[in-house]
Write a protein that binds this ligand. Structure first.
Ligand SMILES: [Zn+2]
Ligand SMILES: [Zn+2]
Length: 187
């Protein structure tokens, strides 16, 4: 099954192949960096929930394929050593985070996935709340599913590496291991 990744203006398009489904991880991250990313792009309303959480689907990097608008792909690190975070520069749509070929997964942000009503039916409910200590607002999350979520993430990375899937990373060059666009460092 395939879900579509697209930016708001429609110039950037990618496919997310959801098979095999067991190597995916549906989570909500409350870390400060994930909160800052949509603010940086002026898209916090579209991305963050009331607790500052970002709903994310982690998948093997090779399961994402850019279809159109590669020239609009942009990358930012929110701190000098921060995780490379990816977005479509045509309309500042956040796409997700992807650390690199050594950890070949992509955490795709819910707001660029369509159809949005198929996220839960495809990946199941959110099972991991990470960095819940950084959550904001009332009725904060408890941080459930940590062990299971981390195990899933390790599984995604290992399977991705062993199968060679991770080499087909849409955001990193298989030859050089570098991001295909130079990350800007947010000031
Ligand atoms: Zn766009
Ligand atoms: Zn985070």
């Amino acid at each position: 099954m395939t879900l579509a990744i697209s930016c708001e203006c429609g110039k950037f398009k990618a496919d997310l192949d959801t098979e095999p489904l067991r190597y995916t991880n549906h989570l909500r991250c409350y870390c400060k960096d994930c909160q800052r990313f949509p603010h940086y792009l002026g898209k916090s309303d579209q991305v963050l929930d009331d607790n500052g959480g970002t709903e994310i689907v982690q998948v093997m990097a090779g399961n994402v394929r850019i279809v159109e608008g590669k020239e609009h792909l942009a990358c930012v690190r929110l701190t000098e050593k921060g995780l490379p975070r990816w977005y479509a520069s045509c309309c500042n749509t956040p796409i997700g985070n992807a650390p690199g070929l050594s950890m070949p997964f992509i955490g795709v942000i819910h707001s660029c996935l369509t159809p949005s009503n198929e996220i839960e039916s495809t990946f199941g409910p959110v099972r991991l709340e990470s960095f819940a200590g950084s959550a904001i607002g009332e009725n904060r999350p408890t941080g459930r599913g940590l062990i299971g979520g981390i195990l899933k993430m390790i599984q995604i990375i290992l399977v991705s590496k062993v199968s060679g899937h991770g080499k087909r990373h849409p955001f990193f060059s298989a030859e050089t291991g570098r991001p295909i666009v130079k990350p800007e460092i947010a000031g």
